[in-house]
Design a protein. Structure first.
Lengths: 175, 486
């Protein structure tokens, strides 16, 4: 394990049976393969269909958390945003919750405030099929390259600094 | 000629698919009609056609990321029939008990989520409270212990699912004719003797406390709990052959609003002779009904309330004690009180925790005889009591083992008419005489629909979809009011 690195959780969510909805899950899977190859044991991984209240417990012992999810937003290929616990969205039936919600719950229950980011991965199709579309895969690969570059850094401070910088960047496929 | 005005409530969120409520008013602002529309067509049944039958228990989990275990098990039960493993009584003890453990784990986490996440904010703050406060974050701020219980109960149930289904996503535990793993001693002990609070005894204790909490609330708010969205209905569910509550397997029973049996413990392999589905032009969600009573009168409720109305007893001691109190409240007759759904759900939560303990203590879970095979059939039906109610899976296959027909009736579809009736109750009581949608009216619509814990979705959930939107439109489709809740 690299010295000076705290625990970091990569958490991808979505339904991989619905084409590009599985972007977050596949991001997590590829990052895990990369971490194992490089013996980066400070990285922890999780994946699910969606976030829910128990994830407040999951993130409570981490210093940095990167959630990864498919996005239908008007973005180029991917985008990293800082999660703000004050931006909680209350949804109709609450079968799933937002990263802000998980963070806020973690703060309120466990009095812990990890640095949390959300990686938005642009997707295009959502039918009952396994496998990403070619365009979504291209976006995934671009995000992997950038995120692996950041997480290969030697110190938590530098990783955080680079994640912060990325939140100010609009990302497209030439990354 | 009288003109009508239309009010639309559009709860379009990340995981819920597309649903909206439309309320039609006449010139005198009387409610003429109200409808809960489901406007997304999923086409899943066509998707599974042509796939090998043994893939079905995994494939169907694509349908829903909210209750994948229920679809997984219902499909597996249908495939048990197809591989000749009987119609629910042919599995090995290890296979059946592992599946039950998975199912009760799912029920426990789903019901816990509903209570702590959905119901408790409404109850603690009042359903007319600001939605910005009326949620689990608000609960965490003011009732921290309750919020922690919700998180840990949900986590415990999820861990049971992981241990039995093998994976969090697209679990593979149940296979045609059985199961692909047993429960190790280490896994068992982690649930029986886990560090507080993650052990089954603590879960039972907390489930009991949740029932007590509801009863206390009921006592103090009897008018709301007993009268909000009250209407008589039929009730349908599986029951064990001896009449016990059984969430995994049994025979189909339906009772009317007075408790008379209208479907008397029939074999669900022939469900289609008793239940049919009606389509209506304004909703993609069908309207099931009991053939015997016809389209007009044959609709029914499913889910926790229906289950406690159809069964004769609960086969675990603590839940049975609560069941007796529940039945006594309506003098042994079915409860037709919409908000008693919360009470019933909590009794089932307690029952699920008790069942989990009973199963964990059963050495059959460490058995190694996992799969049963017999003479292949070309048709099979699998039913299960999912958290939200009875779930039907029906398949036919050809000689090449490919699925040629699939018919699914999901729990929320079974509750289609009752949810419409609930919305109608709110509309008539809160919209009559008004032109604009009020916050209180919006909240009441939420409360009544959420009592059924509907899953309108398909589990596609990508960032950037629309929040809750309310639109008022006149008969010429001109928008006269719109409210958005994000």
């Amino acid at each position: 394990m690299k010295s000076g690195i705290s625990s970091i959780l990569i958490y991808g969510y979505g339904n991989p049976g619905r084409q590009d909805d599985g972007l977050g899950n596949e991001f997590c899977e590829k990052m895990q393969e990369w971490a194992e190859k490089n013996n980066y044991s400070f990285l922890d991984f999780d994946s699910n269909y969606q976030l829910n209240i128990e994830d407040a417990d999951r993130i409570s012992e981490k210093e940095i958390v990167v959630f990864a999810d498919a996005s239908v937003e008007d973005i180029d290929s991917f985008q990293l945003t800082k999660v703000n616990p004050d931006h909680v969205k209350i949804e109709f039936t609450m079968h799933a919750v937002s990263p802000s919600f998980v963070m806020k719950l973690c703060q309120d229950i466990y009095k812990k405030t990890p640095h949390i980011y959300l990686l938005h991965l642009k997707g295009y199709k959502w039918d009952f099929r396994e496998g990403l579309t070619a365009r979504a895969r291209k976006n995934l690969n671009a995000a992997l390259k950038v995120m692996q570059g950041i997480l290969a850094e030697e110190e938590t401070g530098i990783i955080l600094q680079k994640l912060e910088s990325l939140t100010e960047t609009v990302c497209c496929n030439n990354h | 000629m009288a003109t009508t005005k239309k009010i639309t409530i559009e709860p379009v969120t990340r995981v819920e698919g597309h649903g909206k409520v439309t309320i039609h008013l006449d010139d005198s602002l009387n409610v003429v009609q109200s409808r809960l529309h489901i406007v997304e067509f999923r086409g899943f049944e066509r998707f599974v056609q042509g796939k090998p039958y043994w893939e079905a228990p995994v494939l169907v989990q694509r349908l829903c990321g909210i209750c994948p275990v229920s679809h997984h098990l219902a499909a597996a039960k249908a495939m048990d029939v197809i591989v000749g493993a009987g119609t629910g009584d042919g599995l090995t003890p290890t296979a059946e008990k592992m599946r039950r453990l998975m199912h009760y784990g799912q029920m426990f986490q789903s019901h816990s989520l509903h209570f702590f996440h959905l119901a408790s904010p409404d109850l603690l703050f009042g359903y007319d409270a600001n939605p910005a406060v009326r949620n689990v974050i608000g609960v965490a701020m003011e009732f921290k212990d309750l919020a922690v219980q919700g998180v840990m109960m949900r986590k415990f149930g999820q861990e049971i699912i992981l241990a039995t289904a093998g994976k969090k996503i697209h679990g593979t535990g149940a296979i045609p004719g059985g199961i692909n793993k047993n429960l190790s001693i280490e896994e068992r002990d982690s649930f029986l003797k886990g560090k507080d609070p993650l052990n089954v005894d603590k879960m039972i204790e907390w489930a009991q406390a949740a029932v007590e909490f509801f009863k206390g609330y009921h006592k103090a708010n009897a008018d709301f709990i007993d009268n909000f969205s009250y209407f008589p209905s039929n009730h349908l569910s599986l029951v064990r052959k001896d009449g016990a509550l059984d969430l995994y397997h049994g025979v189909l029973r339906a009772v009317d609003s007075w408790g008379n049996k209208i479907l008397n413990d029939v074999d669900y392999q022939e469900y289609y002779t008793h239940i049919q589905e009606e389509t209506r032009s304004w909703s993609y969600m069908k309207f099931p009904y009991l053939v015997k009573l016809g389209k007009e009168n044959g609709w029914y409720r499913v889910g926790p309330l229906a289950r406690l109305n159809t069964c004769d007893f609960i086969p675990t001691p603590l839940a049975q004690k609560e069941f007796e109190e529940f039945k006594a409240y309506t003098k042994g007759k079915p409860s037709n009180h919409c908000m008693h759904m919360h009470w019933a759900r909590l009794i089932e939560t307690l029952h699920s925790a008790e069942m989990i303990k009973e199963l964990l203590l059963d050495p059959d879970l460490q058995g190694t005889d996992l799969v049963t095979k017999g003479t292949k059939q070309h048709e099979g039906v699998g039913l299960i009591e999912a958290p939200r109610g009875t779930l039907f899976h029906h398949y036919r296959i050809d000689d090449n083992d490919q699925i040629t027909m699939a018919n699914l009736i999901v729990s929320t579809t079974n509750n289609n008419q009752p949810m419409n009736n609930g919305v109608n109750f709110v509309a008539r009581n809160m919209m009559t005489g008004k032109r604009e949608i009020t916050e209180a009216m919006l909240n009441a619509v939420e409360v009544v629909i959420r009592a059924y814990d509907p899953c309108l979705s398909c589990a596609t959930h990508a960032l950037g979809k629309m929040p809750l939107e309310v639109t008022v439109v006149d008969k010429d489709n001109q928008i006269i009011d719109r409210k958005t809740r994000s």
